[in-house]
Design a protein. Structure first.
Length: 188
């Protein structure tokens, strides 16, 4: 009888431990961090198709997106996109001769250097202004929105096509590739 009670207690203790572990894992995944797989080549050469990354979901609950953060957001096509924040609220934005201008100042994009050096014809990023994207913008990104672009500018569906991204649609930012193991790194 004593052995049977001891076995029941041990089974109950294991059950409690497993339930607590699953609850903690669910809380972490739902509120703090979640994995995501890069789908497509729009962020090459920074991110490759199939890279697995960790999304920090709490960063923007206590802070704002920063220029050049890599973010994951709910896109209009009911998919999650991964892109780079280029423009912030209040910014004017223009591309001219493959050069980014924010608020009239030229801005370096060192993460594009590898791609730009491979281009033999034309530019990586075609010329545009914000009001080319949406005539209602009057060249200024409104509060609560960001302008995002993929690093593979010629083959990226981004704010040039889908419009500005509401900050409420941003799931979080990401910079850690955890799979494949040979490519584990923090990207900028």
């Amino acid at each position: 009888m004593e052995k049977q009670v001891k076995e029941k207690n041990e089974l109950w203790e294991w059950t409690k431990a497993l339930l607590i572990a699953f609850a903690i894992a669910a809380i972490i995944r739902y509120f703090l961090f979640t994995p995501i797989a890069v789908d497509g080549e729009s962020m090459m050469p920074t991110l490759e198709d199939g890279d697995r990354m960790i999304v920090n979901k709490i960063g923007y609950k206590i802070g704002e997106p920063k220029r050049f953060d890599i973010v994951v957001f709910h896109a209009p096509e009911k998919k999650n996109y991964i892109k780079r924040v280029i423009g912030l609220p209040g910014d004017t934005l223009e591309y001219k001769n493959d050069q980014l201008y924010i608020n009239g100042e030229p801005i370096d994009e060192p993460y594009l250097d590898a791609y730009k050096s491979e281009i033999t014809e034309g530019t990586l990023t075609e010329d545009f202004k914000l009001n080319d994207i949406d005539v209602n913008l009057k060249d200024v990104i409104p509060e609560g929105y960001v302008f995002v672009m993929g690093d593979n500018r010629r083959y990226s569906k981004d704010s040039r096509h889908i419009g500005l991204v509401d900050q409420k649609e941003i799931i979080g930012n990401t910079s850690l590739i955890f799979w494949p193991f040979s490519d584990i790194k923090i990207v900028k």
